[in-house]
Design a protein around this ligand. Sequence first.
Ligand code: NAP
Length: 317
Amino acid sequence: MSSIRKVAVFGVSLRELRHPDNRRSPPSRLRGHHLHPTCRDLLFLFHLQPPRSFPTEAGSIVHVADYSDVASLTTALAGHDAVVSVLGPGAMAHEVPLVDAAVAAGVKRFVVNDFGWGQNPRSYPEMVEVGARRHVAWDRAREKAASNPGFSWTGVTIGNPIDWALRRFPRMGFNVAEHTAIIYDSGTEHFTGTTLAGIGQAVVGVLSHPEETANRFVKVRSIKTCQNELLEAFQEEAASGKPWSVEHAKVADLLEGGRQKHQAGAPGWILDLLVAQLYEEGSARCVVAASREDSDADLLGVREETAREVVAKALSQ
Ligand SMILES: NC(=O)c1ccc[n+]([C@@H]2O[C@H](COP(=O)([O-])OP(=O)(O)OC[C@H]3O[C@@H](n4cnc5c(N)ncnc54)[C@H](OP(=O)(O)O)[C@@H]3O)[C@@H](O)[C@H]2O)c1
């Protein structure tokens, strides 16, 4: 396959492109590639700014296209070598038209929307149901690759997006603002995660190694860790500041509470079950790659990070 130069990214928000860090160059996660991010925010801007494509502050070109209209998406994707989809869970219905448009436009590689646990056989049954929504587009990409020799796909399985998730979800056990921790069971269950920098590098790695990454899920990790190790790192980072206070809880209680919410149709059950399966002792439910050698990290240029580095990133976000 010839090299990939021009990449369309679906799901990078205009807010992100306007972030001060991104003003002088495309988002660092994908620096080095020619980006054409698209975003539904721009449907609004389109009414204010009639041209159908225009440069952003980040120096990239933004196209306006209707996600449900394969013909309009095909026009927007003409001349692109690759598509990366990082659309949010609410946009899963758009994924199949995106794949169809990419094939019609002659795109060579479609990075399907995973950035999660891939086809994790150890997920709780309730989580398998949630994941099934994105499998429809994965299956479409497989089907299209089988019948179109110039088209291929890759899924990027990253496990826990760890620095972002630690900061965003105190339910994971670390309340970064309050310096309070909840350690589930013994705190020794290991899981794997990838930092935002690692996720960006993984995508760049896929686009830079199209042959080796064609038609498969790549397994990515920045770290294999456990709650106790992360707590120690948080405490070391806070050595001269406010100390962390620690409580203990049981995974079984978290799981039971989450399942009750699920049965009652109440919100919050997905996060409860995600955290329970992360820390369920002896299950290795959330290990994408048990060792670095078992992952694609070296191929993709994703480096292993220490718990201290990961928590420093979580604290700085
Ligand atoms: N491994 C994990 O545990 C984990 C956790 C979270 C996310 N992820 C992955 O990260 C990626 C992004 O997820 P997220 O939760 O961060 O997504 P998000 O913030 O909800 O949305 C990301 C992008 O998708 C667009 N979008 C969302 N809903 C849309 C809709 N109905 N129609 C059109 N565009 C829509 C958003 O557009 P606007 O800017 O216009 O809103 C935004 O640009 C996904 O691949 C997801 O699987 C993984």
